[in-house]
Design a protein around this ligand. Structure first.
Ligand code: SF4
Ligand code: SF4
Length: 342
């Protein structure tokens, strides 16, 4: 069945800011991906190795898939709030897996109404080379900071895909997809040697010669289970979750028109440092449900709260830190609390 169907779906009403289509075919960047993981992957990211082969094409994601509709959702600005812990910008979408799935579900249903037998929504929930797909869909390019960058929204966007076993006519054809998939090759105005993202990176995860995920705070703060080495802990500064410095420094973000996306009142309503340090694991899980930290291990959240309070030199949580330093059953939470007190 050949259709030109996407004009019949109201993407804006679904909360999707841009979209494009990729026809089924082998991945363009699979070899580069396998070379990258062959250089080594941190322990908590071993799934990148285990399911690497699924990224070769579409069939491991949805057997018989013929097209994928790639969707872009711009991240709202972070609401002001001086006494709250700081989080990476993606947290403004709440639990973005849930937020995007809700927005993409009507599209999947629509494709079924157009004749698709099977669809699959992916929101960072399947082994998909989603930045490549977004580039091939004509939605933007990859910056030197390894982020997908949309010409209007910059890199502060979330990506989601709907795979479908139906032919979908392309919205736009993209010349030079490989070029646009190569970090910094197209669209980056910074000259080699003067890249703003490299200068902004506090840990040298991003250098003029490449990216090393072992040094990236986005990994240490959200994935690593254990004590964070002092250099990386100090580099976290006041940010409890993620990093964003290489994006905040990027001229392609600074020149963006303000997003029209509606900010959530508060992605983490009412959760203070006190809560993060004192709630039990079960209470914390409940308090974080529906937030961007919904899937986070409570000890990772507690450890990060200790680190940020230590970095800020905050003295108003000494009692909670002392309690954790003495009584947390997890050694790396105890040591993080002790370090914060020190
Ligand atoms: S997220 Fe932070 S640590 Fe990672 S590359 Fe960007 S600036 Fe460096
Ligand atoms: S800071 Fe410069 S080099 Fe880095 S991603 Fe942005 S435009 Fe590209």
């Amino acid at each position: 069945m050949s259709v030109s169907i996407l004009d019949g779906f109201d993407f804006a009403s679904a909360g999707i800011d841009d979209f494009g289509v990729v026809q089924a075919g082998p991945s363009l960047t699979y070899d580069a991906y396998t070379r990258a993981i062959a250089r080594g992957v941190p322990p908590q990211l071993q799934y990148l190795v285990r399911n690497a082969a699924c990224r070769r094409g579409f069939d491991d994601i949805l057997p018989g898939a013929r097209a994928v509709v790639c969707c872009v959702v711009a991240m709202p600005p972070w609401p002001d709030g001086e006494d709250e812990p700081r989080y990476a910008r993606f947290c403004t979408l709440g639990d973005y897996h849930q937020t995007l799935r809700q927005r993409l579900s009507p599209l999947a249903e629509y494709l079924k109404s157009c004749g698709a037998t099977h669809t699959r929504i992916c929101v960072d929930t399947a082994p998909v080379l989603e930045r490549e797909l977004a580039v091939r869909a004509g939605l933007g390019s990859i910056g030197w900071n390894r982020m997908f960058i949309h010409p209007r929204w910059g890199s502060f966007v979330a990506l989601g895909e709907v795979f479908a076993d139906i032919e979908v006519v392309e919205k736009r054809a993209l010349e030079g997809a490989i070029e646009a998939c190569t970090p910094g090759r197209t669209g980056c105005p910074c000259a080699p040697g003067t890249r703003c993202c490299v200068r902004a990176c506090p840990t040298q995860a991003l250098t003029e010669s490449g990216y090393d995920m072992h040094r990236c705070l986005a990994y240490w703060s959200t994935q690593h289970r254990g004590e964070i080495p002092e250099f990386y802990a100090r580099s976290m500064g006041s940010t409890l979750w993620g990093c964003d410095r290489c994006q905040n420094a990027c001229p392609r973000n600074r020149s963006q028109s303000p997003t029209t996306a509606t900010p959530l009142d508060s992605p983490l309503p009412g959760i203070s440092f006190y809560d993060l340090l004192t709630l039990s694991g079960r209470q914390l899980k409940k308090a974080l449900a529906g937030s961007p930290l919904a899937d986070a291990h409570p000890d990772i959240v507690r450890r990060n709260a200790c680190i940020v309070l230590g970095n800020l030199g905050a003295h108003n949580h000494t009692a909670e830190l002392e309690n954790l330093a003495l009584h947390s059953p997890t050694d790396w939470v105890r040591s993080s609390a002790q370090r914060a007190l020190g």
